[in-house]
Design a binder for this molecule. Structure first.
Ligand code: SF4
Ligand code: SF4
Length: 481
């Protein structure tokens, strides 16, 4: 059958289309060697009928990042629309500050965006390409910020974040990762229990703070706050005391596995995840409070993912201090009374926004049109602490409370966490400066964050003459008490 270029192209199972498809299939220069012609499924109706469906045998499916082939469908069905690069105009006023992928923006090459990494993933899984140092760099030069994942899921139910994570696990399995800088960080964690390799007392900050020997609530402090930002731990303790919540600390808190999991070192990640859960359970705590966004995300979503259990089955509840403070403000049991004379804005760190939805293991099948059986509620970043943060910000008296342009699940990640800054400091500097540009454009004087890694990066890269500084949201609450 001749191909008539004037014919309207449609995807129906009409006789003419089926014959055209057969003709095209013969030409391997058009279709590639692996092209297979779909067959009609007689169960649904004959060729040309409105019920006709192409035969799609169901295939087993598991959302398990230990085998990247679980996500080959997702990688293969990226339509290169680049929606993972831009914030849609429906969410973003104007055309300034509308990029959501810091990795693609910094490297100025689409291989670094999700669409490029999906293509690389298919190439690796099909055996069309092999690992090279450049491919490994592309894969890790990314904070796994999830901006691409929530953007893509507005149009397609593709698991982009899980695909990216599974490719890192594959890189480790194939022996081309971890990168030297990441390996050194993991060695420190395994040797000393913290990412800095510090031998200092991690509870030094708690000397003058009321801490219970035994309580239902456990404060999991995290490495950054324990060793670099003890004032955040003290502020968190002040808030808990003010709310009348007794809390304890672990006798021997250790790194919770954020970076190890993010690198894709699953053997080490599983060991740390199990030890962390065991230590929390042994403490008898029913609720774990976090102040570090990344510790929160790791405990709530990533550890369950690594251990293949649901967040609900952890055996304890994980909350962020923002949740407790916001609820107390709403209930009227916490009132902020000291005026703060500054133009303030909240920076939605990825780990307390689009990355912290509960984890639920999934095993099922994929079938016609990519549908999955049984259905599964996708993780779309809806459980982010957007409202809680804004309840706190709005309660600060005297402050000129404003917003960034890119907010909530569309916020620009500054690449300070998940091990990105360890191996790619130039990317962290670039992304942070981009966010600082946005702050300067809006006249923001104080950036408020719930991620101490973001706080550090903002204060490191802010130009003093711009008059922009960053504080933690716990510090803001205590300053306004
Ligand atoms: S990853 Fe999703 S949003 Fe990005 S180009 Fe592919 S289909 Fe579009
Ligand atoms: S995780 Fe973030 S930085 Fe990485 S590809 Fe997706 S949007 Fe870009």
């Amino acid at each position: 059958m001749a191909i008539d270029s004037n014919s309207r192209f449609d995807m129906s199972s009409s006789k003419a289309n089926m014959e055209l498809a057969k003709d095209i299939a013969k030409d391997k220069s058009l279709t590639g060697a692996r092209y297979k012609l779909s067959e009609l499924d007689p169960e649904y109706g004959p060729m040309g009928s409105s019920h006709a469906r192409f035969k799609t045998p169901r295939t087993p499916l598991e959302f398990n990042i230990e085998d990247a082939s679980n996500f080959k469908y997702d990688m293969d069905h990226c339509i290169k629309c680049k929606g993972c690069y831009w914030v849609e105009h429906t969410y973003n006023p104007g055309v300034k500050f509308n990029v959501r992928c810091p990795s693609n923006l910094f490297n100025d090459f689409d291989a670094y965006g999700a669409m490029g990494k999906m293509r690389i993933g298919v190439g690796l899984l099909e055996g069309d390409i092999e690992w090279t140092p450049s491919l490994v760099n592309i894969l890790y030069s990314c904070p796994l910020c999830g901006a691409c994942d929530v953007a893509c899921k507005r149009n397609l139910d593709l698991e982009i974040e899980l695909s990216l994570e599974s490719l890192r696990v594959k890189a480790v399995q194939d022996g081309v990762a971890p990168l030297p800088a990441h390996k050194s960080a993991v060695d420190k964690i395994l040797e000393t229990g913290n990412i800095y390799g510090s031998k200092e007392d991690r509870k030094a900050w708690a000397k003058d703070v009321k801490v219970a020997d035994k309580a239902d609530v456990l404060y999991y402090v995290g490495d950054n706050t324990s060793f670099k930002n003890p004032q955040i731990a003290q502020a968190t303790a002040t808030i808990l005391n003010k709310l009348g919540i007794d809390f304890m600390l672990l006798d021997n808190e250790k790194n919770e596995g954020n970076v190890v999991i993010s690198i894709g070192m699953m053997d080490e990640a599983k060991k740390i995840a199990k030890e962390t859960v065991d230590a929390i359970k042994a403490s008898g705590a029913t609720t774990v409070v976090c102040s570090d966004a990344e510790v929160y995300r790791t405990l709530k979503a990533d550890i369950p993912k690594v251990l293949n259990i649901a967040t609900a089955d952890l055996g304890f509840k994980v909350v962020h201090i923002m949740e407790l403070a916001a609820k107390a403000i709403e209930d009227g049991t916490l009132t902020l009374t000291t005026p703060i004379d500054s133009r303030i804005a909240y920076h939605d760190a990825s780990s307390v926004s689009r990355l912290c939805d509960d984890w639920t293991p999934y095993k099922g099948e994929r079938g016609w049109m990519g549908m999955i059986y049984p259905g599964q509620r996708r993780r779309r970043g809806r459980q982010g602490l957007y409202k809680e943060a804004r309840t706190i910000m709005a309660a600060v008296p005297g402050a000129d409370n404003t917003e960034f342009i890119r907010i909530r699940e569309n916020a620009l990640d500054i690449c300070a966490g998940r091990g990105t800054d360890i191996a790619f400091p130039a990317l962290t500097k670039f992304a942070t400066e981009k966010r600082l540009e946005e702050a300067k454009y809006l006249g923001i004087e104080t950036i408020v964050s719930a991620d101490p890694q973001c706080r550090d990066a903002f204060n490191t890269y802010a130009d003093p003459k711009d008059g922009v500084k960053a504080i933690d949201i716990t510090e803001l609450i205590v300053a306004a008490l």
